[in-house]
Design a protein around this ligand. Structure first.
Ligand SMILES: NC(=O)c1ccc[n+]([C@@H]2O[C@H](COP(=O)([O-])OP(=O)(O)OC[C@H]3O[C@@H](n4cnc5c(N)ncnc54)[C@H](OP(=O)(O)O)[C@@H]3O)[C@@H](O)[C@H]2O)c1
Length: 228
């Protein structure tokens, strides 16, 4: 499959490694330009491109950048993709460490992925957001192995979600259907499933045990000088 990856850090880099190893045709981009991705390209055979080129003819596009960067991605970044292209959103909201306070998430109560969809102007399937980047390289197992890790996958479109789940299976992980994007708070940072290395049953239980209340450490700080 032709796959575009926007973001070449911990997650984007390791997805590039594994997806090329599986024989996919991967185009990968970062913010500084393809000339800074020559080592990754040499290592994996992926094609380094600008962010604007990453989605070209792609069936799947992975957006894996710091969450706050999503609305600043060039407009039309998904133009030129294949018909029915599916976007995978791996991103997490870290207001205190990285992203700053995002009012639409905190005040309107949008799930992180719904906010990403707004920024991209395209539906997403949420996956990998609670997966340690190193596990993508170190923990794939064949289907049926009792130690296989399961990843929650949320998305509104059944066909798009099925496509992402099939790709994750190829990558060596089981999946659990975590519902639609409005349900995806169940797999956001601070929930029981976030960072959980476990199989289908335990992941299903962890999703069910989630609380809709965002933990304090994952809330944005309101400046005392800011009107509430
Ligand atoms: N690290 C993990 O284990 C992990 C696990 C699950 C989910 N996540 C989530 O997945 C996302 C990516 O995490 P990460 O750890 O891979 O991040 P990272 O290592 O910081 O890498 C971020 C990548 O995004 C690129 N980028 C930033 N702004 C961009 C822009 N405007 N256009 C194109 N590329 C841009 C950066 O390019 P430059 O280097 O050129 O700036 C870099 O390649 C985050 O939202 C994170 O919360 C991370």
């Amino acid at each position: 499959m032709k796959i575009g990856i926007i973001g070449a850090g911990n997650i984007g880099g390791n997805l590039t490694r594994r997806l090329t190893a599986l024989g996919h045709d991967v185009a990968v981009a970062n913010s500084r330009g393809p000339q800074t991705l020559t080592d990754l390209a040499k290592e994996t055979g992926a094609t380094p491109v600008t962010a604007e080129e990453a989605a070209r003819d792609a069936e799947i596009v992975v957006v894996t950048v710091p969450l706050k960067a999503v609305p600043d991605l060039p407009s039309g970044i998904l133009d030129g993709a294949a018909d029915g292209m599916v976007v995978i959103d791996t991103n997490n909201y870290y207001p205190q460490q990285r992203d700053g306070r995002i009012a639409a998430i905190e005040d309107e109560g949008l799930t992180e992925s719904r906010w990403v969809e707004r920024g991209l102007g395209h539906p997403v399937v949420k996956a990998f957001n609670g997966t340690y980047a190193q596990d993508i390289l170190d923990r794939p197992l064949p289907a049926g192995d009792p130690g296989r890790i399961a990843l929650p996958v949320a998305g509104d479109d059944a066909a798009a979600k099925a496509k992402v789940r099939a790709l994750i299976d190829q990558l060596g992980f089981d999946t659990v259907d975590a519902g639609g994007v409005d349900d995806s708070w169940r797999q956001q940072p601070g929930t029981p499933v976030y960072g959980l290395r476990a199989g289908v049953e335990a992941v299903t239980e962890a999703l069910a045990a989630a609380s809709p209340r965002r933990p304090e450490e994952f809330r944005g700080l309101v400046s005392p000088h800011q009107p509430r």
